[in-house]
Design a binder for this molecule. Sequence first.
Ligand code: NAP
Length: 271
Amino acid sequence: MGESSFSGQRVLITDASSGIGAGLAERFAREGAIVGICARREDRLREVLDRCRAHSPESRMWVCDLAVADEVDRLAEAAVAEMGGVDVLVNNAGVPKRRDVSLLDPETVDALTTINYLSPVRLTLRLLSHMLERDSGKIVNVSSVAAVLSSPGEAAYDASKAALSVFSEGMAVDLWDTGVNVLTVYPGVVDTELFDIPGNDPLSPEIERISVTELVDGVMDALGRGVIEVYIPEWFKGVAARKANDVELFLAGTAGWVRGQKTVGGADGQA
Ligand SMILES: NC(=O)c1ccc[n+]([C@@H]2O[C@H](COP(=O)([O-])OP(=O)(O)OC[C@H]3O[C@@H](n4cnc5c(N)ncnc54)[C@H](OP(=O)(O)O)[C@@H]3O)[C@@H](O)[C@H]2O)c1
């Protein structure tokens, strides 16, 4: 096997104590990258770091809460100081909020927007100048198909991810003629702990989940091809195109589908 294009690259991945972030960290480490990871749960983060270090001993971790702006700034400073720079930034930070809009409060929306949108943008802007100085770098933003499909019961989450996607696309345009590339990732439903986080309605109905490995394979393939966006699984791109083609028809269909679920499953929609 030839040397990976990520060998020796310094890769910073946010929210890597579980799920997609942990999977990406281990894959990059296996490909010879020096991985920097962060999250709040130190014990879980250390387990991921140990697995990364088995392949890439210089990998490191920082315990931080990305809901706090100062901690985002400190993370950027630490990554530059301790890794000597960041070649690939993976903004994987994100929390769910499955709650009907009639039950949402502004504070919940603020908190969600901070983690899902403001924090990745802040971290990106703190690191972008370093990448531009070298005229080299990759920024990977983990959005969601929710950003483009108006998934029911997730208005606040949908909007936070849409904001990240739109920022990501605008950034790709501004950086078009530089050596810094941007990739927006649109995962479908991935089998992670995201669906067990308290304070969220159950996912209803259950949609087929893909594995973290399948998602990671898709991200690495997209990076290899140098594309600016990727839907994983790819069929979601067709669904997004159908919505773009006729928004009213699509939203009416979604509302009818939700109504049907409630009729089948009772008042809360659960079978
Ligand atoms: N799973 C899916 O179906 C799916 C679909 C589309 C998009 N996504 C996106 O994929 C990304 C990863 O999600 P996942 O499915 O892998 O979820 P996950 O397994 O729940 O992982 C979420 C990670 O976020 C960390 N985290 C949460 N709040 C944080 C905070 N304030 N500061 C620092 N770290 C924080 C968690 O670690 P600590 O608790 O240790 O901090 C954990 O490592 C998210 O952006 C999510 O929106 C997921």
